[in-house]
Design a protein around this ligand. Sequence first.
Ligand code: NAP
Length: 469
Amino acid sequence: MKMYIGGEWVDRETKIEVLNPFDQSVVDTIPSATASDVEAAITSAERGAVVMANMPAYERYKILHRAAELMTDRIDDLGRTITLEEGKVLAEGLGEAARAQETIELAAEEAKRLTGETLDLSGASNGAGKFGFTLRVPCGVVAAITPFNFPLNLVCHKVGPALAAGNSIVIKPATDTPLSSLKLVEILLEAGVPPEAIQCVTGSGGVIGDAISSDSRVRKISFTGSRDIGEHICQKAGLKKVTMELGSNAPLIVMADADLEKVAAATATTGFANAGQVCISAQRIMVNDAIYNDFLEVLKPTVEAITTGNPLDSETKMGPMIRDSDAERVNAWITDAVSGGANLITGGTREGTLHAPTIVADVDPAMRISCDEIFGPAVAVSRFDDIDSAIAQANDTNYGLSAAIFTENINWAVQYAQQVKSGNIHINWGTQWRADLMPYGGLKDSGMGKEGPKYAVEEMTETKMVVIH
Ligand code: NAP
C-alpha cells in the first residue's frame, strides 16, 4: 500500500516489507518515509487543522458516523488484515475490528458533546459584576504514534477523538503492522474527512520519530507503546501536550476463597490472548499459600488446552509472536527464571515465532519474568500469605496499568481497589479487560492521560477562559 501525505497516496522507492508473523510471507509493502515526508505531512496537517476547526461539530459527527458504517461493511477485510499483519487468531482480529468500529462510533457521538462551564466571577474578591465561561477548542495538529499489537483499534482511539474534537491528525503506525491504519485512512477519506485533515506516514520510528515528536507545529502527541520509547518521545516533545499509554506487568491476586476454575479460565484468557502481547496481559499471578498447589493443578490443563498454530485456522487458539527476536527474548527470560530456581509447569519451548503457552511457578519477584514487562505468552506464579502482602507484592513494580483480584470478600476487594496503584482494577476477572468507552490509562511508569473517546477528546482539546467585564 502507499502512504497518505498532503492529500495524496504517495510511494517511495525504498520499501519496507510487511510480513505475516506466522510464516514470514510478504503480506504487502509500504514506503519507507523520511524526515522530509514528515515535514510535508505536518505542513499539510496545519492546513487540515484550520479546515477541521471551522467544520461544524455536527458535520464531524456525520463523517465519523459514516466511517463507522463503512467499517461495518468491511469488517471481514479489516479483521483478516489485522490477523495477517499482526498474527492474532482470526476471532481476535475480527473482535478487534468490531471494537474499532465501536470506538469510531463513540468518537462520533463525542463530537456533539463538547461543552464548557459558566463561572459566576462575582465569587472572587475582585469579580463583582463579572461573568465568565470556558470554551473548549481543538489543539490543532495531533500526532498519533501507535504500537503493533492492536493495529486498528488503538489507532481509532486516537484518530476518532482527534477528528471529533476538530483537530487534524498525523498517524505514524507501527512498522510491523501499518496496513490496518492505511485501510482506516481509506475509509475515513471515503466518509468525508477533508484530505489534509489526515496524514499517515509509514516508516521506522527510529528514523522519522524525532521529526514528528520535536516539531513545534504538533501541539499534541498521543503515544501508545513501550515505556522507553514513550520517555524518549517526552524528552523530544518539549512544550506539547502528551498522552502516554505505556506498558505493564499486570498482577492478578488469587485469595483463598476464590473460585479456582474461574481464575484458571481468566488467567488463560487474560494472560495468553494475542500470545500475551497485550499491555494489560495478566503476567504476575500471585496465589495465597493455602490454595497454591490446588490452583496450579487447575491452571496447568487449562493453559495446555491453548492450541497454537496458523492464526487463520479456526482450530488455533493462539498465534505467533510478532517477531522471532521477541519469541527468543521471552524464551530466554523463562530459561533464566528456571535456572534461578523457578519451576517450569508447562510450555517453555518455541518454534520460530510460535512460543508455547508457559507457566513458571515459584518465581522470585526479582526475576525478569516478573519485574519486567514480558509481553509474551508466559505467566509467572508466586505465593503470598495475606491481603496486605498481596497488595505489597502487586505494588512492587514501576508499572501501574491494570491489576486484578479474585475474592468473595468485599473488604479485601475494596482494600485492593483503594491501595493498589493502578489505572484499572478488576474484581473477579483477569487484568485484560476493557470497554472502549471507559477511561483507560496507566499510573506510574505505565503513562499519563486517559483514552476512551470521551476522555481522549478532553485531552485533545484546550480550554479558553472568557471573561465578560
Ligand atoms: P514500541 O516499540 O514502543 O513502538 C511503538 C511505536 O513507537 C511504533 O510506531 C514505533 O515505530 C514508534 N517508535 C519507535 N521509536 C520511536 C522514536 N524514536 N520516536 C517516535 N516513535 C518511535 O512498542 P511496540 O513494540 O509497538 O508495542 C508494545 C508496547 O506497547 C508494550 O510495551 C505495550 O505494553 C505497549 N502498549 C501499551 C498500551 C496501553 O494502552 N497502555 C497498549 C498497547 C501496547 P516502529 O514500529 O517503526 O519502530
